[in-house]
Design a protein around this ligand. Structure first.
Ligand code: TYD
Length: 231
């Protein structure tokens, strides 16, 4: 693949979105975006920021159904239905957004990807991990991240942060955040296990530090990869 695929993962309130945006700005002012431009084929942007769920038009609809408790009225979402909706969002995102950009040389910064499904649906909801891996395989067509930053924060501190921050204006009341604390503790264990299993692509970043310190550590870990990819 001509482009590079960078993913930001973590539990609630880890600060992924903030850090993804800071990386995007840093790439621009430090000159990396210009260097990536030289590798672009056709009319594609050198750096693309996107997210799951909700990186496509179909995905925005799925995101609302999945996350907004008011979107399904009083009807609870079955765990398997939830898993399949995340997979549907991903399948659309991979085929209509991620693959075309990566094939034309973009560096893609993506807020969440397959590890979130393993952590949230696999560890959090206790759905079968083998089945989730198979679904991820179908949805991604085998596309894996080149580098994943896992922003790690303990469940209590992360949730406390979500209560003080600006919420997604599209989501009235977040269904995932409303899960019991043990759910959030289990999914953190999921990310912990994943980072051991895929140590070559997952970098753990201590997220319970000031944003500027976290950003600095991400840049320091990212820089050697950029130098290797864009010498
Ligand atoms: P996100 O928009 O990153 O929300 P936040 O910024 O509050 O973390 O993610 C949306 C929610 O969807 C989040 O609670 C994690 C959850 N999620 C899953 O449960 N499984 C998945 O496969 C993905 C991609 C997200």
């Amino acid at each position: 693949m001509l482009g590079k695929f960078i993913v930001f993962e973590g539990g609630e309130g880890a600060g992924k979105t903030t850090q993804l945006n800071l990386v995007n700005e840093w790439l621009s002012w430090s000159g990396w975006t210009n260097r990536i431009k030289a590798h672009i084929q056709g009319d594609y942007s050198p750096v693309l920021t996107t997210r799951e769920p909700g990186g496509t038009i179909l995905g925005k609809g799925i995101r609302k159904l999945l996350l907004d408790v008011t979107a399904t009225g009083n009807e609870a979402i079955d765990e398997r239905a939830e898993l399949l909706l995340f997979a549907a969002d991903r399948a659309q995102h991979v085929s209509s957004c991620l693959l075309p950009h990566l094939q034309h040389g973009s560096l893609v910064l993506c807020d969440r990807y397959t590890d979130s499904t393993i952590a949230y649906q696999g560890y959090g909801r206790a759905l079968d991990l083998t089945l989730i891996h198979q679904l991820n395989q179908i949805a991604t067509q085998g596309l894996e991240s080149d580098l994943t930053f896992w922003l790690d924060i303990d469940a209590e501190s992360g949730l406390a942060r979500t209560h003080n921050r600006e919420q997604d204006p599209e989501i009235e009341s977040d269904r995932m955040e409303a899960n019991e604390i043990s759910f959030h503790q289990r999914l953190r264990q999921g990310f912990t296990d994943l980072s051991r299993q895929y140590a070559e692509r997952i970098v753990r970043i201590e997220a319970q530090q000031p944003n500027t310190v976290v950003a600095q550590q991400i840049q320091e870990s990212f820089e050697p990869y950029l130098q290797k990819w864009y010498p």
